[in-house]
Design a protein around this ligand. Sequence first.
Ligand SMILES: Nc1ncnc2c1ncn2[C@@H]1O[C@H](COP(=O)(O)OP(=O)(O)O)[C@@H](O)[C@H]1O
Ligand SMILES: [Mg+2]
Length: 238
Amino acid sequence: MHPRQGGHQILERGLIPVLRICGLAKHYPGAAPLFGNIDLQLQPGAKAALIGPSGCGKSTLLHLIAGLDEASHGSIEVCGHRMDSRAEAERARLRARHIGFVFQAFHLLPHLTAVQNAALPPLLLGSSEALALEEASAVIAELGLTSREHALPSELSGGEQQRVAIARALVHRPDLILADEPTGNLDPDSADQVMHLFNEALRRRPCALLLVTHDRDRIRGMDLCWKLQHGRLVSLAP
Ligand SMILES: Nc1ncnc2c1ncn2[C@@H]1O[C@H](COP(=O)(O)OP(=O)(O)O)[C@@H](O)[C@H]1O
Ligand SMILES: [Mg+2]
């Protein structure tokens, strides 16, 4: 049995939420508390939108979930593993295994081509270079970018870079997709294509999607919606 399969079977039976946050708080030194007392749970297969005014802490919340920033209080579990209170190397390992992150600012590596960027997650998880590139190339094709797969990020438009970032987030079939305004730079057709890919990822296997968006049409397609405002997370009807 593939080592990842056992975990997915437990996830499928719904015993372990993909994401469980309890009493989470964040304040940056010298600034007012950003948010506090946040509880949130995502079951396998859930599609959730996170909305809120600019600067309310949406990106910070996603970074905390991915172990890229440190919480001030509270706990974060991804697929049953505590993400907070771990050493950086261990957080990186959990992130590589369980999370696909579409950063608001893409964060592509400038010296790698589109397909090489998208191949990084399977490489980190131990795939051979040939297999990682093959898997990356397949996702890039699904995003309609094959003709640009050997371009460097500096040679790509903002929308093309965003699609490479999305390919990198999906290529290793993560349990939790964290997407920070992933359709922000895209024309309507490309945005629909991206949402279709997210939906396909959820249909193929029991992962969960947490999507930061301002787009009302996207929110309507979600199962859950939370609004972060004035330091509190409020559940809304999508
Ligand atoms: N590393 C940091 N150090 C200090 N303040 C930060 C840091 N990252 C973000 N902030 C501040 O936290 C607030 C929330 O930022 P962010 O999470 O990016 O908001 P949003 O994504 O909702 O627009 C902003 O006021 C921002 O300036
Ligand atoms: Mg943001």
